[in-house]
Design a protein around this ligand. Structure first.
Ligand SMILES: [Zn+2]
Length: 322
């Protein structure tokens, strides 16, 4: 139906929604009018799609997200701690990490505080400077295809909410894998399309996944199977799906060319260095908040059950009186 092909090479696309088609071979959702590779480069920070305005106006005015100033504060607690907790289960502090599409750079900054040798990359020179100044971190100007970082020089390449934006996910992920040493890992967060999803049901239930259907940005929305298939084609056969922050619409995984297992000895993953202790303190605090949230859920449902009982008893008393 469209003149677009899927990343997998298939042109067998069937209708899904006004702006997306589903690949009948691999199951990925394909944006029908995505931007070209060329259009996604940032040559002019003032006018190009992923230039300065994407971060200052588009995110807040068009998408209702906090702008980059707000995100630089909020992401530390809302996202970065979760990502760090997963990362440190696979690679210890001291590992060399590159975050592609690091935005304001808060995750890179937290990793450095935790003892990782972390740096970031962004397409817009304006954002690169913003991240450098905001967090005092090393950030390269991308895209990764044109940089001269040596192959095999990283233990981790992280891509948070980046994969779905790539016009050529196979090509870009090949570059990312080349940057890794043989047992290196990619750490990825991206929206998760489920094959059983149907556009009408999404609309009728006002599903949170609908917000991911922004076809000018999200060019490919993968399923767990289709993303595994993508990495298999690149020789990265080992993938482990982890708990995502937003489980209603995201997936979060680690992928590698060699078998991957979480580190079992908790002492090894410790952040108890003079700088790392601050991050460990935040992780501990975050764990306590999560436990309290679970506890509040129990209290809330208990309270609702008691209220129901009270109403029932009141009704019985009133009936006996009359
Ligand atoms: Zn496909």
């Amino acid at each position: 139906m469209a003149d677009r092909d899927c990343w997998c090479g298939s042109h067998n696309l069937c209708g899904f929604s006004p702006e997306y088609a589903r690949c009948s071979v691999c199951g990925t959702l394909v944006a029908l009018a995505g931007l070209s590779d060329e259009a996604l480069q940032v040559k002019n920070d003032d006018t190009d799609f992923y230039g300065k305005q994407y971060w200052l106006e588009h995110q807040s005015k068009d998408l209702g997200h906090p702008d980059i100033f707000g995100r630089a504060r909020e992401d530390l607690i809302e996202r970065n701690l979760h990502w760090l907790r997963t990362l440190k289960a696979y690679k210890l502090p001291g590992s060399k990490v590159l975050e592609l599409g690091c935005s304001h750079g808060s995750f890179v900054a937290m990793l450095r505080q935790a003892g990782y040798d972390a740096s970031g990359m962004e397409m817009s020179p304006w954002v690169v400077n913003f991240a450098k100044e905001t967090f005092d971190i090393p950030v390269f100007v991308g895209p990764v295809e044109t940089t001269e970082l040596p192959n095999g020089s990283f233990d981790v390449v992280a891509l948070m909410d980046v994969l779905e934006h790539l016009p050529d996910p196979i090509g870009t992920m090949r570059h990312a894998l080349n940057l890794l040493n043989p047992d290196g890992i990619l750490l990825i967060q991206t929206p998760r399309f489920r094959e059983e999803m149907n556009y009408e049901t999404l609309i009728n239930t006002n599903a949170t996944f609908l917000a991911q259907l922004k076809s000018d940005e999200h060019l490919y929305l993968f399923t767990e199977d289709s993303v595994s298939n993508l990495f298999k084609r690149l020789g990265a056969d080992y993938i482990r799906f982890e708990q995502p922050i937003f489980h209603q619409y995201d997936m979060f995984f680690v992928v590698s060319r060699q078998p991957i297992e979480p580190i079992t000895d908790p002492k090894e993953g410790s952040l108890l260095t003079p700088k790392g202790r601050f991050v460990q303190g935040l992780l501990d605090q975050d764990r306590k908040i999560k436990e309290l949230e679970e506890h509040i859920k129990v209290i809330d449902s208990d309270r609702a059950a008691r209220l129901e009982q009270i109403l029932e008893l009141t009704k019985m008393i009133n009936e006996q009186r009359s």
